[in-house]
Design a binder for this molecule. Structure first.
Ligand code: MOS
Length: 724
């Protein structure tokens, strides 16, 4: 089957409003596990990632990065670099093309001599080979006027401030009832502070942008920009970059059929996209390839803010929460704000009558933090679910029972009914499957030199769907003129998650045709608008849109459509869902073994039980869940970006020093789910699954470490020194 990405032609299409946006899909292919459609191309090396598209006579850009954390560039001596054979240009703040729009400081690349963080782009060498470009970059002499910098997050900083909103538009602070009074009156309480470190997204494929700038022809069409980009949202890249270069969006095409992971770091264009286009503007029409090195990714692709989180829980002697307070301190960049929504899950998680949350930021001379798998929920639920474990101990109640006793009937924050909250079933199912009854008192179970413990934590993630996607369905014929199926076009993204496969399944069911007759086209702004693969919203948003377009197509063209018949539809709005509180839930279980002499932690078993509505494809879903759980285990035990405050530099900026799990660390990791379609979510009955796997997993591991050792580690990661 062909899955090339053609530009959808705009002319002959009609838009139709589907009659029943929520009418459940009749499922046949959905719920089965076809193998990944993109699998053969990937394992044979023929799937084209951004770097790999064949282009004639490409050039290569290598960035120059600031060696100070704050100040300004005063001299750049580029003579030696420019004299090198094979060097075409050296871009600096002095000679780089001007941008038409510099409102986003992160994207105002080379527009001033100011340095806002160490590692910021201050130039680039454009050369015939990557090796020449990199070598030449080392020959550029830079002098700085340095200013004092400050990169240290502490909860007692006097300059913490309250942001207007937290990501993306949540309230900064909330207060329901009287938290202080309820805490003071509570017979049992915990007041504990947790911290999580700076962590860096490290998708396998480094951030890559290949830019082709074709200057105006005489036909008056103006310049055309084509980007081969590693992105979670091709249309978002186009909409963001076009105004910077004074281009109409239609003059920009972004192509990204295959993307090697993102975890949020490719959810929006970053500075390297702009740098690639600036280089392409001075390359005489030749394509320019730019891929960040692994080390450069630690300055330029976003990261998870470090957090300091104070949790105060008050309960009656039966473990029923009367007060829950979650106060967060985290960092942002002085030059651009990002406020992670770390406390938001605490607003809806448990039935505490009095609840308060707050977020405070320190503005530092650091790169701007950004999205990293479950921003907000991942660090926030680490602290909140570890605190629940501490409360269970304080009350003398089993941690699962404690959570069951605090199960809210409706969303405590909004008062709305749940659109499927099956947390208790997840916890009970997991307890049964995991052998929770074998859990012993803390520090009492030992096999040889190893202390053994079990831990549990709840998991949750909002069920997002973002409006704006458009899908097109066209009746297709093969070369002989006979019908051979349908082209389904939408600018969706597959970042390794399974989009190619699951959207094909959804389309097949919506069109009432075999899986093999759907010819999906995604990953290209030449296709109808697709929203970003972020917030675990992708399949909910694009799938609903594909269903709407398929239904509209069948209404318009009947059961025997003529070749070329074509219909477009937008993602239907869903007024009903607004009456519900829509989240996914899960229960995370971990078994750990801690070496009594060395403090080494092993995780022989993890189990996640998830309630995320209908599972579209068990094979790809399982991969999402266990991938998230492994990333959660990694957060618990390994990941920590070490920022040297003297230089403002992340010193462990490679895989030798930034530790992530290897296959030897990942033992028996299992994910199961309650297969229960959520009728309020969308026609598929599904909710997103990309992020919930990481949420709660760190707390399950840390709670298990406590159960094994009796030692409560409140600052991640749990390295052996903290257990000795
Ligand atoms: Mo996800 S961090 O919203 O890509």
């Amino acid at each position: 089957m062909s899955r090339t990405n053609a530009r959808g032609s705009e002319g002959a299409t009609r838009t139709a409003e589907p009659s029943h946006p929520l009418k459940p899909l009749d499922v046949r292919s959905v719920g089965t596990s076809p193998q990944r459609l993109d699998g053969p191309e990937k394992v044979t090396g023929t799937a084209r990632y951004a770097w790999e598209h064949p282009l004639s006579a490409p050039l290569y850009a290598h960035p120059l990065q600031a060696a100070v954390a704050r100040g300004r560039v005063v001299v750049m001596d580029t003579g030696q670099a420019e004299a090198l054979d094979g060097v075409l240009a050296v871009l600096t703040p002095y000679n780089a093309p001007r941008l038409a729009d510099t409102d986003d400081p992160e994207l105002a690349v080379l527009q001033s001599e100011e340095v806002a963080f160490r590692g910021q782009f201050i130039g680039a060498v454009v050369a015939e080979t990557p090796e020449i470009a990199r070598h030449a970059a080392g020959l550029v002499d830079v002098a700085y006027e340095q200013q004092p910098h400050d990169t240290e997050l502490r909860a007692d900083r006097p300059d913490l401030y309250r942001p207007e909103v937290v990501n993306p538009t949540y309230e900064t602070d909330t207060e329901d009832g009287d938290v202080e009074a309820a805490l003071a009156a509570a017979p049992v309480s915990v007041d504990v502070t947790y911290s999580t470190p700076m962590e860096h997204n490290n998708p396998m494929e480094p951030h890559t942008c290949v830019a082709v700038w074709e200057a105006s022809e005489d036909d008056g069409a103006g310049p055309q920009l084509t980007l081969y980009d590693s992105t979670q949202g091709a249309h978002r890249v186009r909409e963001t970059l076009a105004p910077l270069f004074e281009l109409a969006p239609e003059s920009v095409r972004v192509i990204s059929p295959h993307v090697g992971g993102g975890f949020g770091s490719k959810g929006m264009p970053h500075a390297h996209n702009v740098l690639a286009v600036l280089a392409a503007k001075v390359s005489g029409g030749r394509p320019v390839k730019l891929a960040l090195t692994r080390q450069q990714m630690f300055s330029l692709a976003g990261y998870r803010t470090p957090t300091v989180q104070r949790l105060r829980l008050g309960a009656d002697t039966g473990g029923r929460l009367t007060a829950l307070s979650h106060d967060v301190v985290e960092q942002t960049a002085r030059f651009k704000e990002f406020a992670e929504q770390t406390g938001v899950a605490s607003r809806m998680m448990y039935a505490a009558g009095n609840r308060g949350t707050s977020h405070r930021l320190a503005a530092l001379d650091v790169p701007v933090p950004s999205w990293m798998r479950a921003p907000g929920e991942a660090p926030g639920m680490f602290a909140a679910e570890a605190a629940m474990d501490e409360l269970a101990l304080a009350c003398g109640i089993d941690p699962i029972e404690l959570r069951v006793r605090n199960e809210p009937e409706t969303d405590p924050e909004t008062g709305r009914p749940w659109s499927g909250r099956h947390l208790v079933r997840c916890l009970r199912t997991g307890a049964e499957r995991f052998g929770w009854d074998r859990r012993a008192e803390p520090g009492t179970r030992r096999e040889g030199d190893w202390l053994i413990g079990l831990g549990v934590a709840s998991s949750t993630y909002p069920a997002y769907a973002f409006p704006g996607s458009v899908a097109e369905v066209e009746r297709r014929t093969n070369g002989d003129g006979g019908p051979d199926g349908y082209a389904v076009r939408i600018g969706a993204a597959d970042i390794g998650t399974g989009t190619w496969t699951v959207l094909t399944q959804i389309a097949a069911d919506a069109l009432n045709c075999p899986f093999e007759e759907v010819h999906l086209e995604i990953g290209d702004t030449g296709l109808p608008m697709g929203t970003v693969a972020g917030g675990s919203s992708g399949v909910s948003s694009w799938g609903s849109t594909v269903v709407a377009a398929s239904r509209a197509f069948r209404e318009e063209h009947g059961d025997d459509p003529v070749p070329g018949a074509r219909t477009r539809a937008e993602m239907p709005s869903d007024p009903e869902l607004r009456n519900y509180s829509a989240h996914s839930f899960g229960a995370q279980f971990a078994e750990v073994r801690v070496h009594a002499d060395t403090g080494e932690v092993r995780v022989p078993r993890m189990l996640g039980v998830f309630s995320t509505g209908r599972i579209i494809n068990p094979r790809t879903a399982r991969s999402q869940f266990i991938g998230g759980m492994v990333m959660g285990m990694s957060m618990a035990l390994f990941e920590e970006s070490v920022l040297d405050h003297g230089t403002g530099h992340v010193v462990n900026h490679d895989f030798a020093q930034y530790h992530i799990p290897t296959c030897a660390d990942v033992l028996d990791v299992d994910a199961v789910w309650l297969d229960e379609p959520d009728p309020h979510a969308n026609p598929m009955g599904s909710k997103g699954i990309g992020e919930i796997g990481i949420v709660g997993a760190p707390a399950a591991v840390v709670n298990a470490v406590h159960n094994a050792t009796g030692i409560r580690v409140r600052d991640l990661p749990v390295t052996p020194d903290k257990l000795l």
